[in-house]
Design a protein around this ligand. Structure first.
Ligand SMILES: Nc1ncnc2c1ncn2[C@@H]1O[C@H](COP(=O)(O)OP(=O)(O)OP(=O)(O)O)[C@@H](O)[C@H]1O
Length: 649
């Protein structure tokens, strides 16, 4: 329970900025810029301690993060409904006991009515009547108290289980490799985390407990009916149970179909929504609004049809079972009434029979509805289990080598790779990048340049051949020790909703104020940061939309600069920058690459020219390699590209 630890994206201090960092960041937000020379934290003064304690106590308890994130999926039982409950066995057993008490208390009513009528009213015994009325009231109140206690227990149980499940799924999503995200739609993943998890939450919170209460009620009611009069009980059950059973079987089948349709429709709706949100700029630019709305109307229409269908079958089933129950009650009145007239049954017992019959029906209706929830949850658990069971395609070895600080020599050894192994993009690439060397990779679009960069950070593994860093096969080293030493500037830099500080210090949250400013200065963005009152705490909106694409590139460079990596992999943006920004990026690059090994995927030959060596890649692999001067002298592919480029500039 930490009250100050401002997480990423928060309005105040950066991640890990600690107590005072968080507090002074709030101050900075009001205009008092931080200097980096803050006083050492001397603890909370005594006179403020009580207030701090009170504040901390009022913080919601979200549990401690279980353990550190690991790239290897943790072992343990696979996800089942039972495994979700089993982790809190104590609470689970307490809930079971409460459910038993709740059911007995709820079903005490008709029994007490019978006692009141037969032994109080008919026998004209006022104390018994008062006693049974009092006991009825006490049973109702006690029933209310146990139901409240049980609901609180199951609520907390479900909330805890769902929090753990959500975190577990989220951690696994972070563990999965890039191909998962290429193949799976974001909308479908959202559905897993929203409606699938919610149906489970519903089941754990109320569903299972209701299932138990209703099931138990049916058992108790049947036992009491047989206790009163076995013959009448048998007739009553024979009259209503077969009809009820047939109706329930029909409803179950129909609702299985209905809810499967509903689930698919929800996933389709999320997928369409996510795509439209991500592509909102393109949609607006190409006037696709009308067609998009039409498409969304179709998708939402399917969801509506599915809802309509489930509503329709519920409308038949719900009132239908009530009719069966009420007809059963009328028959019971007739048969039981005749028994009363013949003196075989007391009037109180007949009343209890009628009341219990009612109590028998409500559970059946509930159980069928709950069965639907149970089916949904089982499907959700199956899907979530499938997701959690997906192994990363770029796995970490069981005993990975901790990569020591590298000098940065990178070797591609007969590397073959294709996103679809049947259609290789890289067909036997051999390349040696010396430590401290800057290599630029140029070639036609789609040749596999970015793919080469992705292999260095081990976003994918080669289908055959090896990628080595300082002689270590990337497959042997721990992913953390590898990625910590590689700075990546992707083609389309991603900024998170949060402050400039958070975004620049992304790879090194503990970086000091002075270090962040040094990185900002290295890319020449001081004027951008100083333009706002909030300084480093100025917000960048989602995906960095509030800054220009050139500024995003510079911020991404600052982020890499601050990470102080040994190796830099830079996938140059294809978008054209204005001359001033281009110059800034080039100057920033010079500083970033100083003394580091670098692989530049160059889209501008002006960038390529600055490299120590240039690699020309095409569909057949590496076709030329050498310095700018050497390749010009060779008069090959690079010389042709350069001649074309020079004519345009
Ligand atoms: N995630 C992916 N799944 C499937 N195929 C992909 C994926 N990413 C890239 N490709 C394909 O692999 C090939 C190489 O892509 P890559 O991005 O490496 O090209 P590039 O040389 O960097 O191109 P550009 O200069 O346009 O950036 C292309 O044909 C592309 O269609």
């Amino acid at each position: 329970m930490s009250m100050f630890g401002g997480g990423f994206g928060g309005p105040g201090g950066g991640p890990g900025s600690g107590p005072i960092g968080g507090l002074s960041a709030v101050g900075a937000g009001r205009g008092t810029r931080r200097t980096g020379d803050t006083l050492p934290f001397a603890g909370v003064p005594d006179e403020l301690a009580a207030g701090v304690r009170r504040l901390e106590e009022s913080e919601p308890d979200h549990g401690q993060p279980a353990d550190r994130f690991g790239h290897r999926p943790p072992g343990g039982p696979s996800l089942t409904l039972l495994s979700l409950l089993n982790r809190r066995r104590g609470v689970f057993l307490a809930v079971c006991a409460t459910i038993l008490a709740e059911t007995l208390l709820l079903q005490a009513g008709p029994l007490l009515v019978q006692v009141g009528i037969d032994h109080g009213i008919v026998a004209r015994d006022l104390p018994v009547l008062l006693w049974s009325a009092g006991a009825f009231t006490a049973a109702v109140l006690a029933g209310w108290a146990t139901t409240t206690a049980r609901m609180r227990q199951t609520g907390a149980l479900a909330a805890d289980a769902m929090r753990d499940l959500r975190v577990r799924v989220f951690a696994h999503l972070q563990r999965l490799s890039m191909d998962y995200y290429t193949n799976e739609k974001a909308g479908v993943i959202m559905t897993r985390m929203s409606s699938d998890v919610e149906s489970l939450q519903q089941l754990l919170q109320e569903g299972l407990a209701q299932f138990a209460v209703q099931g138990l009620t049916m058992v108790v009611v049947t036992a009491v009916l047989f206790h009163y009069d076995a013959g009448l009980a048998a007739i009553t059950l024979l009259l209503v149970v077969p009809a009820l059973f047939a109706a329930s079987v029909w409803f179950r089948r129909a609702s299985d179909t209905g809810y499967a349709r509903q689930r698919d429709a929800i996933a389709a709706m999320f997928t369409d929504l996510a795509e439209s949100l991500h592509g909102v700029r393109v949609v607006t630019a190409y006037h696709r609004e009308d067609r998009n709305i039409a498409q969304h109307r179709t998708v939402v229409g399917r969801y509506r049809d599915a809802n309509d269908f489930t509503g329709h079958i519920s409308a038949i089933y719900g009132p239908g079972t009530s009719v069966i129950g009420l007809v059963g009650m009328a028959l019971l009145l007739l048969i039981g009434g005749r028994m009363v007239l013949r003196g075989e049954l007391s009037i109180g017992e007949l009343t209890a029979f009628v009341l219990y019959l009612n109590a028998f029906f409500a559970p059946v209706q509930q159980l069928v509805q709950l069965y639907t929830n149970y089916q949904q949850s089982r499907a959700a658990v199956g899907k979530l289990r499938g997701l959690l069971g997906q192994a990363p395609t770029v796995p970490e070895r069981a005993d990975p080598v901790e990569l020591p600080p590298v000098t940065g020599g990178i070797v591609f050894e007969r590397v073959v790779f294709g996103y679809d192994p049947a259609r290789p993009v890289l067909r036997g690439v051999d390349l040696r990048i010396e430590a401290g060397e800057t290599i630029a990779c140029v070639g036609p679009t789609g040749a596999g340049k970015s793919t080469l960069a992705k292999l260095v950070t081990r976003l994918h593994d080669p289908d055959s051949g090896r990628v080595l860093i300082d002689g270590h096969d990337l497959r042997d080293v721990s992913l953390v020790s590898l990625r910590r030493q590689i700075g990546v500037v992707p083609q389309e830099p991603f900024m998170f909703a949060g402050s400039i500080r958070d975004n620049v210090a992304f790879a090194r949250p503990a970086a000091s104020e002075a270090e962040i400013w040094a990185a900002i200065d290295a890319v020449g963005l001081r004027d951008l940061v100083e333009r706002t009152d909030a300084g480093l705490d100025a917000p960048l909106h989602e995906r960095g939309q509030s800054v220009s694409s050139g500024q995003r590139q510079l911020l991404a460079l600052a982020r890499a600069f601050l990470a102080q990596p040994r190796v830099v992999v830079l996938d140059e943006a294809t978008s054209n920058l204005d001359l001033r920004s281009e110059l800034r990026v080039e100057q920033a690059l010079d500083r970033l690459l100083e003394g580091r090994t670098a692989l530049l995927i160059a889209h501008r030959l002006s960038t390529a020219m600055r490299a120590d060596r240039i690699v020309v890649l095409d569909e057949s692999g590496v076709v030329e390699i050498g310095s700018h001067a050497e390749l010009l002298a060779a008069e090959g592919r690079y010389a042709d590209m350069f001649a074309t480029w020079s004519r345009q500039h």
